[in-house]
Design a protein. Structure first.
Length: 93
């Protein structure tokens, strides 16, 4: 029989979600009293980044502000590049 799911696993994701993914795994681990490796495992197994992105995608709206001569394609590139950088930053934490 499989072990029961640790309730701190869901708490860890809720902390991650409350910080919009901008929190270090070490900080979550300290709050919950588990190891950094445990948080890393939960984050990978439960695909926290993809899950957070999917949950927030319905509510994400970009404010288009007047730019310095950028066309529509260039503005879209800037928005998606920003998301890519954020994803890379979360992966390397």
């Amino acid at each position: 029989m499989a072990r029961a799911r640790d309730p701190r696993r869901d708490q860890a994701y809720n902390i991650y979600k409350a910080h919009n993914g901008d929190i270090k795994q070490k900080d979550i681990a300290e709050q919950l009293g588990v190891s950094d490796g445990t948080i890393r495992g939960w984050k990978n197994k439960d695909s926290w980044y993809d899950r957070l992105e999917a949950e927030s995608q319905a509510t994400v709206q970009f404010d288009i502000v007047p730019s310095d001569g950028l066309n529509d394609k260039q503005l879209l590139f800037c928005m998606y590049y920003g998301k890519l950088i954020k994803k890379h930053t979360n992966v390397t934490r």
